[in-house]
Design a protein. Structure first.
Length: 264
């Protein structure tokens, strides 16, 4: 099943690649009464749980459960930042959120950097996950780090900035928003091993933000090209830039509402 959302500021329709490109008006489906979806929304780099606030509110109002864990050393947990915090730390943050809350049938959403995180979570607890959702996110293959995805040239420039501005271990955000914090550089350097066949069988969706792409966004663009033509992926496009979660949260909410109805 593949679905492309063409969502512009003046439109609100879904264009489906299944069948004959039916036009389905967003929000016209009846709310499910037999079950409530459980969302775990993981923030991207430099951010905390606050980034999901305007998305979590309507999901809760629609009857869904929503969890927005912050990752160690970023956002509301920036005071816990150390040079040792790495990708495994962030994976454990989310695994513990899910297991300690005894969540099952989770729709696990990773945004940007946290595509790495949710992939690692799925490797550890696939039995608790109903869907993996990548929102303009990095999707690693076996043995890749975030640094591998962006390539050696961009990685070299980032490491130079870490040495000059980040005391040798801090990634510094390049967006002027006081809510964004440092990010420990080991989160981008640790490689992730993707070998669990149960995780590989999970239903998954990719939401691609089409506007304003730069060379830094190449990992997302490559995954979008793959997901668009791969029947194992459910594919969406949002006609907005990478900062859609902060700038147009309603567009993200509408896609997540659709995914809450999807039985992979």
């Amino acid at each position: 099943m593949q679905v492309i959302i063409s969502r512009c500021l003046k439109g609100s329709s879904l264009r489906s690649t299944q069948g004959q490109n039916d036009i389905i008006q967003l929000g016209t489906k009846k709310e499910r009464k037999d079950a409530t979806a459980i969302f775990v929304l993981v923030p991207g780099g430099y951010a905390g749980s606050w980034i999901w606030r305007e998305i979590a509110k309507p999901l809760w109002r629609a009857g869904h459960e929503v969890y927005t864990p912050s990752l160690t050393g970023m956002g509301e947990r920036v005071h816990l930042a150390t040079p040792e915090v790495n990708l495994s730390t962030h994976i454990q943050d989310v695994v513990l959120e899910i297991t300690c809350s005894d969540l099952k049938e989770v729709i696990l959403v990773g945004y940007s950097y946290s595509g790495m995180v949710v992939t690692g979570v799925a490797e550890q607890i696939p039995e608790r996950i109903a869907q993996l959702v990548y929102l303009d996110a990095w999707v690693p293959e076996d043995g890749q780090s975030a640094g591998d995805l962006i390539g050696p040239e961009a990685g070299h420039m980032i490491m130079q900035a870490v040495q000059v501005y980040g005391e040798g271990w801090k990634l510094i955000p390049d967006i002027p928003d006081p809510r964004l914090t440092l990010q420990p550089v080991q989160t981008g350097l640790e490689k992730l091993y993707v070998k669990n066949p149960a995780a590989a069988r999970l239903p998954r969706a990719f939401i691609y933000c089409t506007e304003g792409k730069t060379p830094d966004d190449l990992p997302m663009t490559r995954t979008a090209e793959k997901a668009r033509s791969d029947p194992l992926w459910r594919y969406y496009e949002i006609a907005w830039g990478h900062l859609v979660v902060m700038e147009q949260p309603d567009l993200v909410t509408k896609v997540l509402m659709e995914l809450a109805e999807w039985k992979g």
